[in-house]
Each structure stands twice: as C-alpha cells, then as structure tokens.
Design a protein around this ligand. Structure first.
Ligand SMILES: [Zn+2]
Length: 486
C-alpha cells in the first residue's frame, strides 16, 4: 500500500514539474519602459474640458428608425468642431463624406510612407425614455461636476473624436511638420452599423488607392479588475472583432379561427425551433481568449497559470468555468440570442405566419454560412424557413508583431509602466471592420481606464468620464500621433 502511494506521489510530482515548466515557458510579455517618450507638455486643460462639455450638448443620436435622423444636430456639431479647433480647420484638408461624416488630412513631407488613420464616431445611442429621469445630470447638458464630465458620448465615442481633435490642435500650435501623412476620420452612424459613415469613408479612401500603415479605432481600453484574478490593469488592444448574422426563422400555416386549432400553431412550431437552437450552443473555441491570457499569464496566480498553461489536460474544466458567465462565454464562442418574434395580429386568429429574428455573434473561423448551416441542421424541420436577414462575417486578425502594434503598445507602457498590454478580440462591432481592405494593421484602443462600474454606464444611465482620464487620453494621442508621423 505504501509503495503504491509512493509511486503515485512520484508520478504526480513529475507531472507537477512538467506543468510548472510549461506554465513558465508558454507565457511571455515584452515589457519596454519608455517614459521619456511621453514627456509632459503644457495643455490648456480648462479649455479642453469646456470644449468636451460643449461637444456633449449636440444630440447626434443614431436611431434604428432612420427617419428620426436629426440632420441639424450633426451639422451643428460639425460647425462646433470648425470654430472650437481653428488650427485643425485652417491647416488640415477637410472632406465631408456622405453629407455628415468628417475626414481631416494633414499631409506628410515623405510620400514614400503610408499614412496613418485615427478614427472615432460622432453619433451616440439614444436615451431610453423610461430611464431619462434617472440621470443625475441632463445627458445632453454638458455638465462638469465633481471632477467628472457627464453625458451621452463622454465615453462612447465623442471621447475619441474630441481627444483626437484636442491632440491635433495642440500639435499644430507647436508648428509640427509630419513626415508621414495623418488622417482623422469621424463617422456619423457607427451605432447603427456604420454603412452611411465609416463604410463610405473607407470606400472614399479606396477610390484614391490609399493604403494605411495602420488604422486605430475605439474598441480597446485599460481594464481594471475585469479580468479575473489579475490585479494589474490590462490594456487590451483589439486586433479582431466578431462578426454577426441575423437569421429570420419563418413558419407559414393555413390560419383559421383559434377555437379549432391544430396541435401546434405556427407560433408553437417556431418556438420549438428557437428552443432547439438555444439548447445547442455553439462549441467553445479558446484560441482568442488564450491570445489575451498568454500575454498576461505570468501575472496571474500560480494555480490559474497552471490550469491555463495546461489546457491539454484541463480544457473541459476551463471551458465549463468560462461559459458559466455570459461575458466570458461571448469571448469563446458564437453566441445565440433570439431577440424578435411575431405571430398573429389578434388573439382569436391562428397565425398564418410566425417569424423570429435570432442574432448570432460569430467567432473568427466561422462565417454566416456555417452558422446558418448549423442552425438548419439543429432545427431539422422543413416547416421552418431559415433566411439570412443580414450578415457581416468576422474580421481577420491583425498582427501583434507589427511595428504599428509595438508603437501602440510601447506608448501605452510608457504612460503607465504597470499596465500589462494584451491583444484582444472585440465582441461587439466597430467602424474599424471596414478598413481591412486598406491595411493589415487594424487596431482598436483608446487610453481610458474602465472598471466594471464605468462600463455599466456606457450605453446606459449616467455615462461619464473623470476629467483626469479625459486629459490623459488627449496626452496619449498627442504622443502616439507624434511618434506615428515621424
Ligand atoms: Zn462606439
């Protein structure tokens, strides 16, 4: 008996050594301190805060129902940009794309260098009328109180637009002469898909055969306490984004009076189909989660590393843990969400047509077609039509060993040497998805610290940003643009 325990112990000890060895060798994070890159400069902080507060007052709202589009709000916002940023207005070449989107160009003196593009979007999501009274300050009041700027767009995404403009105005006031061309592009309908804004801007660039060294959009931030068991803040740079497909499930039936119903009405057949799809979630794919974890893994507690570095042994366990939480699950698999449904228009009429929309967010490696094929197989019922209502396939992956990625990462580290930098797959959609034909290097990041609380307010009640964070974001762009154009 003793002997067996001894042997078992030896085997376990050996396994543990192998596991530890793997844990130490799998993870690496290149750290480059470069504090001298981000020397401070005098910034008109009070003016910058006032201009941001003013920018928030324009209700540049994107509505799902395009007939609500408020053209005047966008024109007024553009006019505000013109007067608030006089040097940008005088020295950069401005192009208005599709009536409302704005592109600014600062030409470099070395035409052999591909230009860089910094992006943001001017539109914001609406205020839910039910919750409007719950806002501490008017969402379009441009209120600055308690060291905080309040209102819709303070995070998503007038933050990008205004901090880019502030940084550019500052650089122009110092008489910069870039070697590399710099573009700023601000779309006007990101929150409803970007077809009228970013998609048209990208097409406009394509017409001129512009190739970018890199494109930087919103979509990554510095997270604090969001990634389990990692104490240090983590800057996540978006290098890919999920795609999506809306599948319309339709059941047609003869109809009639509800007093003489069949066993299953069109609504019943449709409901059973939806349940079959929901009950069979897409398989987990850990590759993209691991991409992030591999970059920060050595800062995780030992046991976590042990598990993650040895997925070949523990993968089932890790996946089961991860997919318990919807936030984590969305990072490892194509998600399924039945969102819209309709049937008969009257309670005593049998439906002749029942339909539903199921929204899927597609992992890289899959496509709208593979998702539809799987759904048709799961439903396995000829009475249920499965139509593609709309579809955008997942993006390719931008490299993490490009000079552009290193430029962004090293500028982040120079700002805050304690920050870990990691690549990340963005789960929502961004305007950046339109730029893959124009560059291999599409990244998503803005230097703003986000925790579980602040993220709750984005698209929600009491969206806000600390003045200090806003000013840091300006300084980050100032240095990033400076480094990019030289
Ligand atoms: Zn946004």
């Amino acid at each position: 008996m003793k002997k067996i325990i001894g042997v078992t112990f030896l085997v376990l000890a050996g396994l543990a050594i192998i596991l530890v060895y793997r844990a130490e060798t799998v993870f690496e994070n290149r750290q480059a301190a470069a504090a001298d890159l981000v020397a401070d400069f005098p910034l008109d902080e009070q003016g910058a805060v006032q201009r941001f507060a003013q920018a928030i007052t324009y209700p540049t709202i994107s509505y799902d129902d395009r007939s609500n589009f408020d053209a005047a709000a966008f024109r007024d916002f553009a006019a505000f940009v013109e007067t608030a940023y006089p040097l940008v207005n005088q020295q950069l070449k401005k192009t208005v794309v599709n009536d409302y989107s704005l592109v600014y160009h600062l030409p470099g003196d070395d035409s052999s260098l591909n230009p860089v593009l910094f992006m943001g979007h001017m539109d914001v999501v609406p205020i839910d009328p039910i919750s409007r009274d719950s806002w501490t300050h008017d969402p379009f009041g441009g209120v600055v109180a308690d060291g905080t700027i309040w209102g819709r767009g303070t995070m998503d995404d007038k933050l990008s637009v205004i901090t880019l403009l502030e940084a550019m105005e500052q650089l122009l006031s110092e008489g910069i002469q870039p070697h590399r061309s710099v573009y700023l592009a601000f779309g006007h309908d990101e929150e409803v898909g970007g077809q009228d804004g970013a998609e048209q801007i990208a097409a406009w660039f394509a017409d001129q055969n512009v190739r970018f060294e890199f494109v930087l959009d919103e979509g990554g931030v510095i997270t604090e306490g969001i990634i389990d068991s990692v104490q240090a803040p983590v800057a996540i740079i978006g290098i890919a984004e999920k795609g999506w497909i809306n599948l319309e499930l339709v059941v047609n039936a003869p109809g009639g009076h509800s007093s003489q119903p069949p066993d299953h009405t069109a609504v019943g057949i449709l409901s059973a189909a939806i349940v079959r799809v929901e009950d069979n979630p897409f398989p987990a794919n850990m590759d993209y989660m691991m991409m992030t974890i591999n970059a920060i893994g050595r800062y995780m507690p030992f046991m976590d590393r042990l598990f993650l570095a040895n997925r070949w042994l523990f993968s089932g366990l890790i996946e089961r843990q991860l997919i318990k939480d919807p936030g984590n699950a969305s990072g490892v698999r194509t998600t399924t969400a039945a969102t819209m449904i309709s049937g008969s228009p009257k309670s005593n009429i049998l439906p002749t047509r029942a339909s539903a929309i199921v929204n899927f967010r597609i992992m890289p490696g899959e496509t709208g077609k593979t998702v539809r094929d799987r759904v048709v197989g799961l439903i396995d019922d000829e009475r249920v039509e499965v139509n593609i209502a709309s579809n955008w396939d997942p993006s390719p992956l931008s490299p993490t060993d490009s000079a552009a990625y290193e430029l962004i990462a090293s500028t982040i580290r120079a700002f805050d040497p304690d920050v870990l930098v990691a690549p990340y797959m963005v789960r929502g959609g961004t305007d950046a998805k339109n730029y893959y034909p124009l560059t291999d290097n599409v990244y998503r990041f803005i230097l703003v610290r986000v925790n579980a609380d602040t993220i709750r307010h984005v698209h929600g009640i009491d969206e806000h940003i600390a003045v200090e964070e806003y000013l840091r974001a300006i300084r980050f762009y100032y240095h990033l643009i400076t480094r990019a154009m030289n």
